[in-house]
Design a protein around this ligand. Structure first.
Ligand code: HEM
Length: 410
């Protein structure tokens, strides 16, 4: 986890030119360069290309991030694993879970093996290079900047797992691209082990890097394109930072209906400050949607305001009173960049296990949005396609389209 939290985040600035290049190439090809006619673009498909390439660049580096076959296998692994966990964990009656667990594990295992075929040689080479460099500092090896290298270093520095097979590290990397944390935990232990029939012993706390980012990017564009045309939010964004647009979309459309899905482990349970006792074995979680629409923290919570999170500490939104804008909320709002997790903004979880990928997401999506708003005009749509709820996940329409036209000045 430290590799994502520390190394990846610290190196985002250095990786920026490569990320920008990937974003430019994928957006240009998805949205086109024609400045004379409008083009209808499937938003999810376009965001899939952008996010998959730029996230893979950061996770597995070049040349794997350009390898179509590897990308497709890793996404198929993610889709089967995440989808399987939701169906099995949240929709299946207990008795038939074991049967479908084994069945669901087959495609997961198949795509894992396919993706590992590409990933393992790179992992093996990195392990060998790092070991050589540590043994002989004169050995020429320019460290690539990607998660493989940082995770490999972390594994080699860890006495308990340093001698584990490269498959362990490879599978761990695949999990970063893929797993959906909550449904995974909410399946029973038995179901998990049946569905995730992998040789490596995997952690239960990774949340899919690619799918969550694609859905957040899609929601951000959908919210903007379906906003009030008279407000001219799209055009305003060209002038102002895109920072606040993305948290506003995540406020309205968090990826999960609840976070912190945890099982109570102490044998005496847990006593809350309120005096309520939660017994061992109970599952608890925090709802995101109600909290994000609580008008004590977010005045006019049903209104989409892409500049809500840009509001300065001392600038109270029009009509706000002490009741609707608590001190706590205004302080949070002051501090709230996209990557800030707080107890009134749970899109990235909160506390010790808050999402360590949020700085990457903030970086990536800001660059994407800046590029799209600067280089494209849009036609506002009359109505936003409604999001669907699947298990705990809130999913934007995968078929929604937007009309775009390349701007002339570029
Ligand atoms: C918009 C995109 C994303 C969203 C909305 C998101 C959301 C979340 C949430 C809500 C949690 C906490 C779950 C809980 O405590 O119940 C979480 C955890 C996590 N996320 Fe993300 N995530 C995103 C992108 C990423 C990316 C890009 C990465 C990796 C590069 C990542 C890696 C992780 C990991 C490793 C955890 C587990 C942390 C721990 O348990 O200590 N996520 N994410």
């Amino acid at each position: 986890m430290g590799a994502v939290r520390k190394d990846l985040t610290r190196n985002l600035g250095r990786m920026q030119p490569a990320i920008i290049k990937d974003i430019r190439n994928t957006i240009d090809s998805a949205m086109g360069l024609d400045t004379d006619s409008w083009k209808e673009v499937c938003i999810t498909k376009a965001m899939e290309d952008v996010v998959l390439r730029s996230t893979s660049r950061v996770l597995v580096g070049s040349p794997l991030c350009h390898n179509e076959e590897y990308l497709q296998y890793s996404v198929a692994f993610a889709t089967w694993l995440g989808g399987g966990a939701i169906v099995l964990g949240q929709y299946m009656p207990g008795m038939i879970k074991p049967f479908f667990g084994y069945l669901g594990a087959l495609p997961v295992y198949y795509y894992k093996q396919k993706a590992l075929k590409f990933l393992l040689p790179v992992v093996r080479q990195r392990i060998a290079d790092i070991k050589k460099k540590r043994a002989d500092p004169t050995f020429e090896f320019e460290e690539p900047k990607d998660l493989i290298i940082w995770m490999t270093q972390a594994v080699l520095d860890s006495p308990e797992i340093r001698n584990g097979p490269p498959e362990f590290l490879g599978t761990l990397l695949l999990f970063f691209v893929s797993t959906t944390d909550t449904p995974y935990r909410s399946s029973s232990r038995k179901t998990q082990s049946l569905l995730f029939t992998t040789k490596a012993n995997l952690p239960s706390q990774t949340l899919g890097a690619v799918h969550t980012t694609i859905m957040t990017a899609t929601n951000t564009l959908l919210d903007l394109v379906s906003s009030d045309p008279d407000a001219r939010f799209w055009e305003q964004l060209r002038e102002e930072a895109a920072d606040s647009t993305i948290p506003e979309s995540l406020r309205e459309n968090p990826m999960l209906t609840r976070v912190f899905l945890r099982e109570i482990m102490p044998k005496d349970g847990v006593m809350l400050p309120s005096g309520h006792h939660i017994p061992k074995g109970a599952w608890i979680s925090a709802g995101t949607v109600d909290l994000h629409h609580d008008d004590r923290f977010y005045p006019e919570p049903e209104r989409y305001d892409p500049f809500r999170f840009a509001t300065k500490h001392d600038e109270k939104p029009a009509g706000a009173t002490r009741e609707t804008l608590t001190d706590k909320a205004s302080i949070y709002r002051k501090n709230q960049g996209l990557a800030t997790a707080s107890d009134i903004f749970l899109a990235f979880g909160y506390g010790k296990h808050a999402c360590p990928g949020r700085w990457l997401v903030a970086h990536q999506l800001k660059l994407m949005l800046a590029y799209v708003t600067l280089n494209y005009d849009i036609q506002y749509m009359a109505q936003r396609p409604v999001n669907q709820v699947f298990g705990d996940s809130i999913i934007p329409s995968p078929t929604a389209t937007m009309m775009v036209r390349r701007r002339k000045h570029t």
